[in-house]
Design a protein around this ligand. Sequence first.
Ligand code: ZN
Length: 150
Amino acid sequence: MFDDLRDLYQEVIFDHNRNPRNFRIIENADRKVEGFNPLCGDRLTLYLQMEGDVIADASFQGSGCAISTASVSLMTEIVKGKTEIEAEELFKKFHEMTTGKDENFNLEAIGKLAVLAGVREYPARVKCATLAWHTLDAALKNEQQAISTE
Ligand code: ZN
């Protein structure tokens, strides 16, 4: 990865950590799931408002490290307006990107989420980045149980 691109990615992560988007409670949310990453201590509660199979609104509360906060902040922005199937596809792509199993992963296909591609070089941080998505996955499957990455 080019250094200037890496700097840009870091700036986006810092920005989302400082000013998390959709950091609020949705009253009477259709889906509400808690996620916990014991390795790092990241905790979040994800709220979804559904309209049919479309995610009409997404928000979160909680506290965690910069990576987990930036990841959930970006995720709530990106999944809004997406169908459940589209959101699940993004989750799959995000998982492939962060676990780095595909050497030729197309970063352009994942848009803004590419800013978190760097975590694949730090295995301990992968769970920080994917916690939000595992929690979303549970929310979309309408599982009520809290999610733990361990
Ligand atoms: Zn973390």
